[in-house]
Design a protein around this ligand. Structure first.
Ligand code: SAM
Length: 260
């Protein structure tokens, strides 16, 4: 599988906000202390690393070697995470697991096929949890409406970077994850939203931009320095104070089978 996030992993690890302690604690409680959790599309361990001390074991799986390398590095002495190269098309090749979590990764997959396969692989009581930005049901996929985003979008357009190259299946159908789950064997849904306030500076926003697949260092190639400079200048021209506030709402959506 192509590395969709070429060169983005260090920026991802450093600048993408994690999900916050409350969301991770809720996730851990829901999954259970005895669970062996598959973190599918684990990236640099955004979930795997804080979750590991709260569960039995984490299988952190991602197609991108760079992401796995970041994860291993950041995990340090945490011993109950296995980092494996793999993806949603080869779930049967993985060691056993009894719960699944996907953080901002489900939209990269053939979602229906993954859920059908997980229904075969997960034991009774198994659950699938999605974590990501909270959106209203039925709302089309779009970047969160944040104060810096019109500037960011303008600069991306100048560099012919198209956000719509991302998130294939979600874009193709426009169907919310919630509706895909509701029509799957994992149709019993429980949603919790956790809200936090973040403050960004200009380095953070430039770094954040480089963590996205559609504007990754690999996609920019030798235009990377020019892009970083253009984005920095445009952001500061728009907001010379250089501080941006964000209200970040994270949804933990847990899906279970109905009793059979
Ligand atoms: C936006 S990152 C999310 C990383 C992390 N889970 C988080 O919550 O921050 C999406 C990850 O999904 C991975 N990915 C893309 N397609 C995938 C697939 N078909 N199966 C599993 N992972 C995939 C990418 O390599 C990337 O690391």
């Amino acid at each position: 599988m192509e590395d969709l996030f070429g060169g983005a992993a260090p920026y991802y690890a450093r600048y993408r906000p994690g999900y916050g302690q409350a969301a991770i604690e809720h996730l851990a409680e829901t999954l259970g202390a005895d669970s062996r959790v598959l973190d599918l599309g684990c990236g640099p361990g955004t979930i795997a690393i804080p979750l590991a001390p709260r569960v039995k074991a984490v299988l952190a799986v991602d197609p991108a070697q760079e992401m796995l390398a970041e994860g291993r590095r950041r995990a340090g002495s945490v011993t109950n995470i296995a980092w494996l190269r793999g993806d949603s098309t080869a779930l049967r090749a993985l060691p056993p697991f009894d719960r699944v979590v996907m953080g901002r990764s489900f939209h990269w997959m053939d979602r229906r096929a993954v859920l059908i396969e997980l229904d075969e692989l997960l034991p009774a009581g198994g659950a699938v949890a999605l974590i990501g930005p909270s959106r209203q049901q039925g709302e089309p996929w779009q970047p969160d409406a944040q104060p810096w985003q019109p500037v960011e979008r303008r600069v991306c357009e100048e560099f012919r970077l198209d956000i719509h190259t991302a998130a294939t299946s979600f874009h193709a159908t426009g169907e919310h994850h919630r509706d895909v789950l509701a029509a799957s064997p994992f149709s019993i849904l429980d949603s919790r939203v956790f809200t936090r306030r973040l403050t960004w500076d200009v380095d953070g926003l430039v770094g954040l931009q480089l963590s996205y697949s559609y504007s990754s260092p690999a996609r920019l190639g030798d235009r990377l320095p020019a892009f970083m400079q253009a984005l920095r200048q445009a952001l500061l021209a728009d907001n010379p104070a250089g501080r941006w506030e964000q209200e970040l709402a994270t949804e933990v959506l847990v899906a279970r089978r109905s009793e059979r």
